[in-house]
Design a protein around this ligand. Structure first.
Ligand code: THU
Length: 138
């Protein structure tokens, strides 16, 4: 998978963000092991805490569709209505959700409108608490 294509999918998804409270629009594109792309954007709530991040919308959509094997995720974010101009790393909750379904060596691609920054999920969430601690071989 060409990295820029996954980033372009995240940029496109970002245009579907519903973020009237933060005015910060995020898009994510999750690539499956067999080459499908599931996207998401952040969706906010007037009571704030029900807000869901773009990464979780993409991940839960994919998992709900039966996907379990993932190859990469691209994430972009910034002021709504403007082009992205800085990197948008995933929040801690989304890192934990990604760790539920993705291997530690999975690439996480960030984009500031100019350069791609690549990290592994394990770099973003070292010493992960995951299903292995619960001794469940799901
Ligand atoms: N947000 C995401 O969608 N993903 C992240 O990883 C960081 C934050 C959203 C949540 C909220 O709608 C807005 O960005 C500002 O925090």
């Amino acid at each position: 998978m060409e990295k820029q294509r996954l980033i372009d999918a995240a940029l496109d998804a970002r245009s579907h963000s519903y973020c009237p409270y933060s005015d910060f629009a995020v898009g994510a594109a999750l690539l499956t092991a067999d080459g499908k792309i599931y996207t998401g954007a952040n969706i906010e709530s007037a009571s704030y805490t029900p807000t869901v991040c773009a990464e979780r919308v993409a991940t839960f959509t994919a998992v709900h569709a039966g996907e379990r094997e993932f190859a990469a995720i691209a994430i972009v974010g910034g002021k709504a209505g403007e082009a992205v101009s800085d990197f948008c790393p995933p929040c801690g909750v989304c890192r934990q959700v990604l760790a539920e379904f993705c291997e530690g060596d999975m690439p996480v691609l960030l984009y500031d409108g100019n350069e791609i920054r690549e990290r592994t999920l394990a770099e973003l969430l070292p010493d992960t608490f995951d299903k292995s601690q619960l001794k469940r071989g799901i």
